[in-house]
Write a protein that binds this ligand. Sequence first.
Ligand code: SF4
Length: 430
Amino acid sequence: MKILLINPPNCGRSIPEERYGITSLKQIFRGEPLALEVLAGNLDEHETRILDLKVEPNGLQAELLSFTPDLVALTAMTCEAQTLLRIAAQVKRCCHAILVVGGVHASADPEFFNREMIDWIVIGLGKQSFRELVLAIESNDLDSDIPGVARTNPGKTLSYQPRKFGRNDLAERQAPRYDLVARYRPDYTLQSLGLQLGFVASAAGCPYDCSFCCIAPLTGGKYLTASIDTVIRDIQCLQTPVIRLVDANTFGNPGHALKLAEAIEKAGIKKQFLADVRADTVVRHPELMKRWKEIGLRALVIGFEEIDDAALGGMNKESSAAINLQAIEILHRIGLTIVGDFIISPDYTERQFDKLSNFVKQQQIDLPMHTILTPLPGTRLYQQMREQITIHDLDYYTLTNAVLPTRLDEELFYQRYAALLAEGHQSAKV
Ligand code: SF4
């Protein structure tokens, strides 16, 4: 079969820009679509292409006409979901390809995609279930259910068998098809340093259940680690000097992470690494962080989220402000760059903005990243706050808009938010 995998374009709308002319908050994300590369790697019997509309926003029509795919698959985050529908409609107007959607929003709210222009929905980690779907379509054997895959049925409730995720769902047999995005590679650059990044996955899912997070449902709450050999193989496929380990929680199994560090050293790999870690993992395993620094770890992304215990408890973060401080102290001592994620509640007062700004400066967070608390469909936060949501248009679910009412005057809230981001950019040291 001829299969076209599509990464949607940068999209999303900005309230601060539209209402108050604050233009500094729009996020541009341009990293390689690893999930699609992995899907392609697992479809080695088929002719597969990847179209990255983030790099080539006007490339759809020409690709459809030249490739004439039998099957088109699209992935989308929540803020991209409506854009995905627009692309799906364009695909259906232009060709007769079977249309499949997957990714974070399809997993969080599959009913959203239960529409005429879409044929199948892949729910949760789709590396293996998408392959099973393609095989079933090719052999016209669609009578039995594929767990984690739903056939659309517009106007009726979706019916599908949930998937019990396991190691097989990591689809490790073949390396990701990095070659399919080779033409885009110069655009996959860490802008602050002008460094080209390559993405590798060493794990999937997360055993924690933070109320705002959409990761755990992707694997039914399981934490799955890739085999060490697979990760080394994938790193060695890439020529880039910096490897971003894209797992939401790279050190979730410290024993596995240690073995991986040893294997990277043994393989003679000389690259820099960026990875995500929980603050409590740093506190419990400082030696592991040190070991990773020795083999090239340069920066760690930590979800501090909030700076006081009451707010952290409300998010079910299972951590504390004291642990955050200990983690910062350890990472400074080791000499690792700290990329700190903080979540700004729409409920913030001016005093809370001041406190967070002072915290970031005092604790010398090298690169603070601030997002606005957003109840994403499919999360527990959404269930808790759905009655209070004032903006339901998913184009605004970019994590830089308040879709809940702000306590401060709205314009002042965005001015303070923009100022916080500007401080972070000015002081950034990566
Ligand atoms: S925020 Fe991090 S620790 Fe919490 S559930 Fe998501 S990935 Fe896991």
